[in-house]
Ligand binder design. Structure first.
Ligand SMILES: Nc1ncnc2c1ncn2[C@@H]1O[C@H](COP(=O)(O)OP(=O)(O)OP(=O)(O)O)[C@@H](O)[C@H]1O
Length: 228
């Protein structure tokens, strides 16, 4: 049987006083690629935030990468996030430093200290996203698609069990969006990382089908449960 990376049971998620999603049941297997769709304001980002410990579960049980979401605290949230790779629409790179130093910053912040291991890991993730040798470049010297590749490389640094991608292609043209999507699907397979990929882009869903979770009217619907 596959290992579950996400397990939510009867979960309620609120933003302030407003219930955004209720009765949420969700299971995502190791290595599984899943889309998350829904209109603006339907709760996609709120669901993802709950998964990375930025919004509490108001009710219900949840486990992500072996962490109990109801038991998270200041000490365990960073440990959970180390098991996750998070990719947003806005690239969120530090613009005052090179690609290499962006990746170095994350490794140091997550406890890496040996120079040789750091160098090797940075080379490895840059290679995985097709940016070998681009470490010395500054973010502004890269295209939007290349910047998003750096963000994906950063997300891979600590070998995440789950990659959470909140509209990662939202700022990219269709051709570059396809490249990023295909890269993420390839990396998901290669690294056995589950991916939750929130998108508005129905073109991507049609061209590259996979399981779809839909946020609608305060609930989630699983269009196609693929069990691996
Ligand atoms: N920080 C916040 N404080 C209060 N309410 C919020 C906050 N963030 C989101 N909301 C509300 O929660 C609901 C769900 O928002 P959420 O951002 O999860 O939707 P979404 O599906 O991700 O939308 P989009 O596609 O526009 O990103 C909306 O009604 C929104 O107004």
């Amino acid at each position: 049987m596959s290992k579950l990376i996400v397990r939510l049971q009867d979960v309620v998620i609120k933003q302030g006083d407003q219930e955004v999603l209720g009765g949420v049941n969700l299971r995502v297997n190791e290595g599984e690629f899943t889309y998350l769709i829904g209109k603006t304001g339907s709760g996609k980002s709120s669901l993802l935030k709950a998964l990375y410990g930025a919004l509490p579960l108001v009710q219900g049980q949840g486990e992500v990468a072996g962490f109990d979401l109801n038991q998270l605290n200041r000490n365990t949230i960073p440990l959970l996030r180390r098991k996750l790779g998070i990719v947003f629409q806005d690239f969120n790179l530090l613009n005052d430093r090179s690609v290499y130093n962006n990746l170095l910053f994350t490794l140091k912040a997550t406890g890496w200290s040996k120079r040789q291991e750091i160098q090797a890991r940075i080379d490895e993730v840059l290679q995985q996203v097709g940016l070998a040798g681009q470490g010395p470049k500054m973010p502004h010297q890269l295209s939007g698609g290349e910047q998003q590749r750096v963000v994906i490389a950063r997300a891979l640094l600590n070998t995440p069990a789950l990659i959470i991608a909140d509209e990662p292609t939202g700022n990219l043209d269709p051709e570059t969006s396809d490249e990023i999507l295909l890269l993420m699907r390839h990396l998901s397979k290669q690294n056995n990382a589950a991916v939750l990929f929130a998108t508005h882009d129905y073109r991507i869903l049609e061209n590259f089908p996979a399981r779809i979770i839909r946020c609608l009217n305060g609930k989630i619907f699983d269009d196609q449960e693929i069990s691996l």
